[in-house]
Design a protein around this ligand. Structure first.
Ligand code: HXC
Length: 510
């Protein structure tokens, strides 16, 4: 018996060494943790239950039968994050560059199937050169099996991807189908084909960082939702995110203990909106003053900054926030901000997370670059996402809500449950100056007349009361009481039940 136990331990020790000490040292030298160290940091201490530690590949080409490391380049299993179950896979770059073989894929598929069956999120730690070249089509088939599960799991269990090394080919397409992607600055890259292939095919010379580094994907492409300084920070932040999310689409989001008075009055908010309607102010101040303990988890912080998306808690309950940001492009909606917010709204709706919308929007950004880029279709994504969402929706208009953008931003007409406005709100087809220049075109040469028309328009429309008279605004509220009003609104909606008509699926303008 003793010998058998000793053999088990020695096999386990060998598996834990992955591709060997030399490659582990090289991983550390690049500032990266190993696959196992990452799992240990992600999960609660001693909570990891590993599966398939002894799985080995079956490839016999290119002399591969001589090198069959236990585990085959990926560590899989389940554990807990603050006591709540998650499934995890972590690719081991020290074993064939974390590349995906047929058996490596089977390990990932196994935990994805279990996650679906048992209703828990999947967190994938990606550090992989993509399909294992020696296995050819078998590894491509393995990727497609993973992709199919990503698709089936979408909207059923949250899927979170950490990209923590150079990821190419299939290693980027699987994360692309998950809900969130987080990268690590200076040590992770995502590209369909690397710089060498780019040079061969297009003659373009580009570094890995420029082509697919964290800056590229969080600022330009928006493929990634966030980037962190190092592995440790990235893993800690994913733990924080998981705390906001339900385990699956049949559960409500978790309720955490809170130490903040729901009726807290914030007098400073009464002067947040400047006297001059064209002076910007920071909408994040409002978000943090509404949130429990000022805790805000921002998603896509560095992309389309004219709209803010992220999670807060109210009375301990998760709430998704979408807010126009007047400090960037005056808070206009455009292609990028519409796409960013639409995807966020759909995530919240899929996982029963109520949505708070804070509105200060002068309209859609005009111009040829927007029209040629398809702003009509991209703007429609956000409109569609809000309109189909059945979760509790509470909206607060702080200042401008002009034109189509008023309709889009979770208006009453898109089944907003509570639509509040501050007294500073201006709800109109457009700003007073633009409106006057169109309806009083004949007086354009007379500055005095135009000024009088503009003042008249402002008096009549630059306020929330015309909309409130029609019931499009449920109540005009004082800025200082916003947290209290919004908390009470969401509390009253906890039993909300709203269903869309049966359909196979909708046809959101993609
Ligand atoms: C087998 C691989 C591998 C792969 C890397 N390795 N990628 N082995 N299959 N795909 C091995 C290397 O041989 C090396 O082994 C070890 O991993 C580390 O690789 P290095 O090149 O030394 O590391 P680095 O310089 O950091 O470069 C990492 C890399 C590069 C950028 C990922 O290795 C690379 O470009 N790999 C190929 C990427 C690729 O084209 N993959 C196929 C994509 S197609 P030793 O023994 O020296 O340690 C695909 C299809 C899916 O995925 C379809 C999606 C729709």
């Amino acid at each position: 018996m003793k010998d058998i136990l000793a053999e088990l331990e020695s096999r386990r020790d060998a598996a834990r060494l992955g591709g060997g000490q030399r490659r582990i040292d090289s991983q550390h030298a690049k500032g990266k943790l190993t696959a196992r160290e990452r799992v240990d940091l992600l999960l609660d201490e001693d909570s990891f239950e590993e599966l398939d530690m002894f799985v080995a590949h079956r490839c016999t080409d290119f002399g591969m039968e001589q090198d069959r490391p236990a585990g085959d380049g990926v560590i899989t299993g389940w554990g807990t994050i603050n006591g709540r179950m998650v499934y995890v896979f972590s690719q081991d770059f020290t074993v064939f560059g974390g590349s995906l073989s047929e058996t490596h894929a089977q390990k990932i598929c196994k935990i994805m199937d279990m996650a679906m069956q048992n209703g828990a999120p999947v967190i994938g730690i990606n550090d992989s050169g993509g399909a294992r070249i020696q296995e050819g089509v078998a590894s491509l088939a393995g990727y497609a099996e993973v992709f199919q599960r990503n698709i089936m799991a979408s909207g059923v269990v949250p899927q979170i991807s950490l990209v923590m090394g150079p990821c190419a080919g299939g290693a980027v397409y699987s994360p692309a189908m998950t809900d969130f992607i987080f990268m690590v600055k200076d040590s992770s890259y995502m590209f369909v084909t690397g710089p060498d292939v780019v040079k061969t095919v297009t003659n373009e010379v580009v570094t890995a960082e420029e082509l697919g580094g964290a800056t590229t994907h969080t600022r330009k492409s928006s493929v990634a939702d966030g980037a962190f300084e190092n592995d440790v920070e990235a893993l800690a932040e994913v733990r924080r995110l998981v705390d906001f999310l339900p385990l699956n689409n049949r559960q409500k989001p978790p309720v955490r203990p809170f130490f903040d008075e729901p009726g807290r009055i914030e007098n400073s908010l009464d002067t947040l909106v400047p006297d001059n309607a064209n002076t910007p102010y920071d909408m994040k101040e409002l978000i943090t003053k509404i949130a429990d303990e000022a805790d805000f988890y921002e998603i896509q912080e560095d992309f389309a900054k004219n709209i803010i998306t992220g999670f807060i808690r109210l009375e301990g309950q998760s709430v998704g926030v979408v807010a126009n940001q007047p400090t960037v492009l005056a808070g206009c909606l455009d292609i990028d901000s519409s796409r960013k917010a639409a995807r966020f709204v759909r995530f919240c709706d899929a996982f029963e997370i109520p949505i708070l919308t804070l509105v200060d929007v002068p309209g859609f950004l005009p111009g040829t670059s927007q029209e040629y880029g398809g702003v009509i279709k991209h703007g429609a994504k956000l409109l569609f996402a809000y309109g189909e969402a059945t979760v509790p929706k509470v909206t607060v208009i702080t200042r401008k809500a002009y034109g189509g953008a008023y309709d889009v931003m979770a208006s009453k007409h898109l089944r907003g449950d509570f639509n509040y406005a501050w007294p500073t709100a201006e709800i109109a087809v457009m700003g007073a100056k633009g409106a006057t220049e169109i309806i009083h075109r004949a007086d354009l040469g007379d500055a005095d007349k135009i000024a009088a028309h503009t003042a008249n328009y402002e008096d009549r429309f630059a306020n929330p009361f015309v909309a409130a008279e029609r019931g499009f605004i449920d109540e005009v509220i004082t800025p200082r009481s916003t947290r209290m009003r919004v908390s009470r609104a969401f509390a009253s909606l906890r039993g909300k039940s709203l269903k869309n008509p049966w359909k196979k699926h909708d046809n959101i303008p993609l």
